[in-house]
Write a protein that binds this ligand. Structure first.
Ligand code: GAP
Length: 453
């Protein structure tokens, strides 16, 4: 069967991720572990740049948000009170024909009969609830008293620390608490590369407000989050804000948007923006017996704030960034013959390596020395890569393929050998247009910083 162009594109992306060191299968030499992934040297930079930018716009550039970093293991009581222990489940069926286990919503219906899409098996067990939390034991005994879970979302740490953070930050409503961290879900069918994993990272904001302002803040955050994705290079046309219908929303939510992206494997959720009302704080107040109320000094009223939660997946966004950036075009090779060029057109702000520095020839000591001087000049400001191996065109191609937006070449003009007026200038190449401009070395840090921030 011929693969669809999108499936083919996805295969090329997965292969590039491995070949160039973005993403590897976890425990690969032992056959891997389904739903777990490792980020290689370039993947970790991309992920870090994404998280840093999220933190910058969600925390540092605002007066009304502070951050926290909670532990992954928490008291089991948290998961009882939040409802996760009883209800964080997927309905699951077993196919008796091929012995596969799958989510009930993945069955297809033909002539009114449910069946498994792959094998067509109709002999299925009735759906059973399967809890997605990973169990673990804290301390030396392995019994009910020491049982807890790896957190399935970062949000609960924010709710249970609400009072402490309110007191130390002295914030007034509306204000938010942001967190980035690992979450774990024992997904029944991890799939689509890193899209649905068992271990992943979330970037979550809990934005506390008055009940009457909840719907307004929900719309505000939906718009802010769409802007965020555009600012990291995702085209608005590939983003969609879906209003989650009443019957699909959590029972406590008064409104939810899913921000979706057109992945090669279909339109899928990147982030949920949910108005969770006062459900979480109320649950924890009830279960812990500790007040989680807010005291309004002006009106002298005490109440439990409502919350709007933009909750994004780091790994899904990284995957969207790679899918969005992947492109192929035509460029001349060393001999002027046109060849296919693979380019990751990352926004400079999130590109793993910002600038590559090349001496034109590696066996000309003054060129090498000058190039290394430029590396040292740029390093305090950005992640720079030095490369002296191979023809210059090949070196450009290698950087294009990993999405480095700028290349600096040190040539004989830089040394002042051809035209003294060009001494201490270099060529600065733009990855996308492939245009080159001549710029003074001393101006490089300023020019590049303005283009990558
Ligand atoms: N605190 C709310 C919450 O966790 P969610 O919609 O279950 O809401 C939020 O998750 C985001 O976390 C999702 O939009 C997605 O980006 C990411 N996410 C959830 N499950 C994931 C998984 N199995 N693999 C990768 N990312 C996941």
């Amino acid at each position: 069967m011929n693969k669809s162009p999108d499936a083919h594109r996805m295969e090329k992306i997965v292969s590039l991720c491995k070949r160039r060191g973005f993403i590897f299968q976890s425990s690969e030499i032992y056959g891997g572990l389904n739903g777990c992934w490792d980020y290689g040297p370039l993947g970790v930079e991309l992920k870090r740049n994404l998280k840093n930018y999220w933190w910058r716009v969600m925390v540092h550039e605002r007066d009304d948000v502070v951050g926290m970093d909670g532990s992954i293991l928490m008291n089991r009581a948290v998961w009882k009170a939040s409802g996760h222990e009883d209800t964080f489940t997927d309905p699951m069926v077993d196919c008796r024909s091929c012995k596969a286990r799958l989510r009930a919503d993945q069955l297809v219906e033909k002539n009114g009969i449910k069946q498994r899409p792959n094998c067509g098996g109709k002999d299925l067990t009735t759906p059973r609830a399967f809890n997605l939390m990973f169990k673990t034991f804290v301390g030396a005994t392995e019994d009910e008293s020491s049982l807890t879970y790896l957190r399935p979302e970062t949000a609960q740490a924010i709710f249970v620390q609400f009072k402490n953070i309110l007191e130390v930050s002295r914030k007034k409503l509306p204000f938010g608490i942001a967190q980035i961290g690992k979450a774990f879900r024992n997904e029944i069918n991890p799939r689509n590369f890193t899209f649905r994993s068992r271990e992943f990272e979330q970037m979550e904001l809990e934005y506390f407000c008055r009940a009457e302002e909840g719907m307004r803040w929900l719309d505000y955050w939906k718009e802010e989050r769409l802007k965020f994705y555009e600012n990291i290079g995702i085209a608005r046309d590939n983003l969609h804000a879906l209003t989650v219908p009443d019957e699909e929303r959590a029972f406590y939510s008064k409104g939810t948007y899913d921000i979706e992206y057109d992945f090669p494997f279909g339109r899928q959720e990147l982030e949920g923006v949910a108005y969770r009302t006062d459900y979480d704080l109320s649950q924890h107040q009830k279960a812990s017996g500790k007040s989680l109320e807010y005291f309004d000094e002006e009106t002298k009223q005490r109440f439990i704030p409502h919350v709007v939660e933009p909750s994004a997946g780091v790994d899904r966004t990284v995957l969207a960034l790679i899918c969005e950036a992947y492109s192929e075009d035509e460029a001349p090779d060393e001999k002027g013959k046109m060849e296919t060029r693979i380019v990751l057109r990352f926004h400079p702000r999130i590109a793993p390596i910002k600038c590559a520095v090349f001496p034109l020839l590696k066996n000309k000591e003054p060129l090498v020395a000058k190039a290394k001087e430029i590396v040292a000049l740029l390093r305090p400001h950005m992640y720079v890569f030095y490369d002296e191996v191979g023809a210059i065109g090949r070196r450009y191609r290698r950087q294009d393929e990993i999405g480095t937006p700028f290349g600096v070449t040190v040539d004989f003009e830089t040394l002042g050998e051809k035209d003294p007026a060009l001494r201490d200038t270099v060529t600065l190449r733009d990855r996308d247009s492939m245009k080159q401009e001549r710029v003074p070395v001393k101006d490089l840090p300023g020019i590049l910083v303005s283009r990558i921030s």
